[in-house]
Design a protein around this ligand. Structure first.
Ligand SMILES: [Zn+2]
Length: 349
């Protein structure tokens, strides 16, 4: 059984129960770990447990039905504040941090806790982080600040030193398979297990892999790279752009989708590297094995490293709100250029 349907982090639940029972809950915490392992869901459930009107905080058992629980879920609770980066901004604006610090100087309205979740702590600028430091060190009475980021290294030292770092591990394949089935995304256990094995600890990746349009696009991009000489950069960029646009009208969802496929293509090229060395592909994806083997004919190890670097650059650009079609076009052009200029002979038809 998992805590409140949040799988894979039962150790953290035990740890927080103990801290609460001993009245030793830190007032500022930095949750770190890979994306899509449940850090934000955990923080929100934790906030609900602290503000639940039915059960004691140290029980960590929010009832889900009292006004306190319902208001946290709806983000209308006067003692619950979620701060996130605005859709059109690259960073958390200093003004929202200043407004937050102002609110935290007052006592909690419910008389118990006031919980703040900063969802995009990786996007704190130096200016917003500096505006936050004093509050992080001494938030108002009853305040609990939870910053969510990817790793302590991505935060300013001054922020990390004022927070207790709480690490979230990648999910196990069993947890991911269970989530896929619980959410009704996959009906068959063996298929869920297979996808979970390839998900590398991320539910978002498993969910993308379960999506047929995603699978088709990924196959089409790899086909384009493997079968055509030379591959068409505009066609590759268009395939990914269409996939992103079909996912949602929301820019953040489109960006996540594009990033996932770029990460996936980096993994494909890692398979190419291993395949070129005569080793079994680390992704374990049978569908890729043949394509990866064929790719070794015209892609050297140096090319794989150059492609991986170029994928990481494109991911960073898309994360920082670069224009998506432009970022994808530039990436696809560079990818094709690396392959065409490879010191290995490229097959010409
Ligand atoms: Zn409740």
């Amino acid at each position: 059984m998992s805590w409140l349907n949040i799988r894979g982090h039962d150790d953290q639940v035990d740890r927080f129960r103990m801290l609460l029972a001993n009245s030793r809950l830190p007032h500022a915490m930095l949750f770190v770990g890979p994306p899509s392992v449940g850090k934000t869901s955990f923080a929100r459930a934790f906030a609900q447990a602290l503000l639940c009107e039915t059960h004691l905080p140290q029980d960590l058992a929010p009832c889900g039905t009292c006004p306190g629980c319902k208001q946290v879920i709806a983000e209308t609770h006067p003692d619950f504040i979620a701060v996130r980066r605005p859709e059109d901004k690259q960073a958390l604006p200093v003004d929202s941090i200043r407004a937050l610090c102002g609110k935290l100087s007052l006592k909690p309205i419910s008389g118990k806790y006031r919980i703040v979740i900063v969802e995009d702590a990786d996007n704190l600028t130096e200016e917003s982080a500096n505006a936050f430091l004093k509050t992080l060190e001494e938030p108002g009475p009853g305040s609990v600040l939870i910053l969510i980021g990817s790793a302590p290294e991505t935060q300013l030292e001054t922020v990390v030193s004022r927070c207790q770092v709480v690490r979230f591990q990648p999910l196990t394949p069993d947890d991911i398979a269970a989530i896929l089935i619980e959410r009704g995304l996959i009906a068959q256990t063996d298929q869920a297990q297979r996808l979970a094995q390839q998900a590398e600890g991320s539910v978002a990746r498993a969910m993308a892999l379960a999506d047929l349009e995603y699978q088709d696009t990924r196959t089409a991009v790899i086909q384009e790279l493997v079968d055509h000489s030379p591959p068409s950069a505009p066609r590759i960029a268009r395939l990914i752009e269409d996939l992103a646009k079909n996912a949602s009208k929301e820019s953040s969802v489109q960006r996540r989708r594009a990033i996932l496929i770029l990460e996936d293509l980096s993994r494909f090229f890692r398979d190419v590297l291993w395949s070129g060395a005569g080793l079994a592909a680390p992704s374990g994806d049978q569908a890729w094995a043949q394509a990866a083997y064929k790719m070794t004919e015209f892609c050297s190890p140096e090319d794989v490293f150059a492609i991986a670097d170029r994928c990481m650059l494109a991911i960073a650009q898309i994360q920082s709100n670069a224009n998506l079609p432009l970022a994808l076009s530039a990436w696809a052009m560079d990818l094709c250029k690396i392959l065409q200029e490879s010191n290995l002979s490229y097959p010409r038809s």
